[in-house]
Design a binder for this molecule. Sequence first.
Ligand SMILES: NC(=O)c1ccc[n+]([C@@H]2O[C@H](COP(=O)([O-])OP(=O)(O)OC[C@H]3O[C@@H](n4cnc5c(N)ncnc54)[C@H](OP(=O)(O)O)[C@@H]3O)[C@@H](O)[C@H]2O)c1
Length: 363
Amino acid sequence: MNTYKPIVALVGATGQTARLILEHGRADFDFRLIARNPEKLRALATATGATSGWISVSALDTGTVARAVQGSAIVINAAGGFSTSAVSVARAAMRVGASYIDISNEFSAVSAVLELAGEAEAAHVALVPASGYGTVASEGLVAWLAQGEQIRTAEVALMPDNEGTTVGTRETVFDSIASGGARVVGGQFQRHALGRGSRRLRIPDTGSTTLLPVPLGDLASIPAGYGAEEVTASFGVDAPPFAVRAFLPALSLALRSSLVRSLLSSRRPPASAQDALEARSYLSRAWARVGLRGGETREGWMTAGEGYRFTADAVLEVARHIAGGRALPGSMTAIRRFGPQFLHSLPGVKLSITTGSPARAQG
Ligand SMILES: NC(=O)c1ccc[n+]([C@@H]2O[C@H](COP(=O)([O-])OP(=O)(O)OC[C@H]3O[C@@H](n4cnc5c(N)ncnc54)[C@H](OP(=O)(O)O)[C@@H]3O)[C@@H](O)[C@H]2O)c1
């Protein structure tokens, strides 16, 4: 019996997402646990029986991370904010000849890792940024709606249903609110005031949400992968558009102050990795509308289960593709590499088309 398992260095190992990756990936991979807090790492290594050990380092220094991930075949980076960790961990992976996966969804981080394509080809490794719920769900839906046709415009929106909010996720949300709004116009990334362009979107059978355009990874991956010249990427928020336009610019400015952030951060998040999974079912959604070059518009929805679990499933599936030799060297998102069927193959995912060619509704 072949018992060989590739070594996966898991950076941010003690976090909520990483714990799910560990729990559901143990049959396929040997994990080496990496984060900063040694006590948490030791306890986690004992609890999970991590056979490739644990190392306490910061993700921000390429040289230190390279020594920590030496000998691994794949490095998974789950230590946000990715605007500071993604390039340093990706370069550390390339230095030791390992492939790289992260769960970034910040425009700056996703575009920076996509720009490492030449270095990744030279190192003969695959970099796969943005392998979490966002952008796998949103870009996957765009690719599924496009069905290989050229697109000119894309609008996407994420409505994750998560089990609580972790420290890492809250910091990422603060970062994206502080960085303001953004969109791609005429192929160019443009920043604008947070709240601008917000509007109501009807959710089938449920009600509606307000779309808040923010600088998500789709603003990098969709123009690069599908040639779209006009792109907006939004989070669905529970507030009317007038309130979003009136109050969010002030919140955006306030969150640039480290004092305001530390005051807000001193409040415990509503739930943490230790909290038990609530006894309810989860329904994460993503919406997309694409304008094809031929003039047709297609619009559709993806539904799935809990957001962190979706992310862990997606990351592990990317790692299995890499371990199985199905990822060419270079830097590309999971959907660009493996096509929209990658999204379709994830547990609990359902896709539906609400506008456009009815033939696409199958699947
Ligand atoms: N794309 C998506 O759809 C998606 C989905 C889920 C999560 N995320 C993002 O992924 C990130 C992690 O989320 P989470 O919920 O798992 O967060 P979390 O529970 O707060 O965990 C963060 C982990 O990263 C470690 N870490 C933080 N900074 C580090 C650094 N500089 N060096 C080394 N380790 C570091 C933390 O441990 P120490 O503090 O001990 O170092 C911890 O293990 C967040 O940015 C979140 O927004 C994205």
